[in-house]
Every structure is written in C-alpha cells, then in structure tokens.
Design a protein around this ligand. Structure first.
Ligand SMILES: O=C(CO)COP(=O)(O)O
Length: 252
C-alpha cells in the first residue's frame, strides 16, 4: 500500500495577497519537516503571491475551485489554463460551501473535475452528507451518488490525480468533529466505492482525507485511522502553530 498522506489547507475567503505570503513564510519550516504532502488552497487573488512564497518549499498551492471551460463568457469564474499559467497544482472541487451557497451540483462538480484533470491539476474532490441526511440514515447513499456522478466519464488514468475529501457538512466550521470511528467508517465506504468504480488496487492507492473541524487537538486520533489518509483543514490551516501540530501528526 503506497498511498500518500496529504494535508491540505482550505483558506476559504480569508487573507489578502500580502497576508497570504506572510502566512506561508511562517508555515514553511513545519511543512519542510513534514513527512506528508502539504497543500494550501487559497483565494484566487492570493494565488500568485502564494506560489511565489511557497517556491523552494514542500508546500504546493491550490485553488478553491475551477471552471470547466477554458475561456468564455462566465463572469466571475477561473479556468484551469489560468491556474496552470500561475503554477497552481491543485484545485478543490465540490466543496460543500459551493454546493450550499452557490448552486454547485454533482453535475457541475463532474464537469469541473474533468476539466481540472484534463489540464493536469490534482483535484481535491469533496463529498459529505448534511446532518439531516445523516439522521435519515442515508449518508452512504448520498456519498455514493456524489462520487459516482462526480467521477462519471473520468478514466482510471485520470483518476490517479484525484484525492477525495470526506467532509461531513455538519462538522464544517462548527467545532463539531466526526469521531475518528465515524470518519473512518465513511472513508472506508468511499474506498469501497472507488474499488467498485476503478478496482481494488486503485482504491488502495487513493488518498481519502477527512475534513471538518480537524484541529491540533483531534488530528492525531483521526489520522491514526487506517482509512484516513490526511486532512482538508479550514480554520486550523490559518493558524501556523496549529497547522504545524497537524503536519506532525500526519508525519507519524
Ligand atoms: O471545510 C473545511 C475544509 O475544506 C473544513 O473547515 P473547518 O476545518 O474550518 O471546519
């Protein structure tokens, strides 16, 4: 089993370009010591400063979304070639905040994923159930649909550049974390779904992260679980000391 552990930060709508550069400079020493991959996904306007600041370090830079067309009349959107031109290597796709507030659907997630992969980006594909869905007992159904639609038409070769992040909506920014058992249970289900789509070997190679109030206190327990191969971290990825603790926990 040779899958990678990947710790990714999602800065959401925080930090100006100058602040982003300063924060990355502060985070570099801990990132360079880490035995896992380190990614920071930052607001579009911060990308050039972030790529520059991360140069020569272990940190890779990602965007928080990407459009499916290369160019055109899509006001407010950013294309994969634009990200390529800046030296951006990753893109989050399907974050629950995009689904919740900006009308993102499984179909648009699929189109964004396909375009990002076609342009050589690594996709951090987010899936996760709402509290209502969990209480109704349909968590696995929701996640299976999210995965199957998002990955429709994505070849096994292209899928090698997909990382899946399980982010239960009820745990995001709420301080309420899934227990390590809950996270592992769904991550394992995700791996089984990947096995059904791409085969067992591909499933074993796929990095499946957990995200949702992962922090310096709970990271070690979550990351110790066999099917939790990293984290997608919001709030704590804006705090260098906390992020360093998470990187250390992921390096064990
Ligand atoms: O949405 C998240 C990462 O994409 C998680 O955010 P928090 O870590 O702030 O809960």
């Amino acid at each position: 089993m040779s899958r990678k552990t990947v710790i990714a930060g999602n800065w959401k709508m925080n930090k100006t370009p100058d602040e982003a550069a300063a924060l990355i400079n502060e985070m570099k020493p801990a990132a360079d010591k880490a035995a896992c991959d380190v990614v920071l996904c930052v607001p579009y306007v911060d990308l050039p400063a972030a790529v520059e600041a991360a140069k020569g370090s272990k940190i890779s830079i990602g965007a928080e979304n990407v459009h499916w067309e290369e160019s055109g009349a899509f006001t407010g959107e950013i294309s994969a070639p634009m990200l390529n031109a800046l030296g951006v290597q990753y893109a989050i796709v399907g974050h629950s905040e995009r689904r919740q507030y900006f009308g993102e659907t499984n179909e648009t997630v699929n189109k964004r994923t396909a375009a990002a992969l076609a342009h050589g980006l690594t996709v951090l594909l987010c899936v996760g159930e709402t509290l209502e869905e969990r209480e109704k007992g349909i968590t696995f159904d929701v996640i299976a649909i999210q995965l199957k639609v998002a990955l429709a038409g994505i070849s096994a070769e292209a899928f090698k550049n997909v990382i899946i992040a399980y982010e239960p909506v009820w745990a995001i920014g709420t301080g309420k974390t899934a227990t390590a058992e809950q996270a592992n249970e769904v991550n394992k289900f995700i791996r089984d779904t990947v096995a059904a789509l791409y085969g067992k070997e591909a499933a074993e190679e796929t990095t499946v992260q957990y995200g949702g109030s992962m922090n310096a206190k709970n990271a070690a327990e979550l990351l110790a679980k066999p099917d939790v191969d990293g984290g997608l971290i919001g709030g704590a990825s804006l705090k260098p000391a906390d992020f360093a603790v998470i990187l250390e926990a992921a390096s064990k």
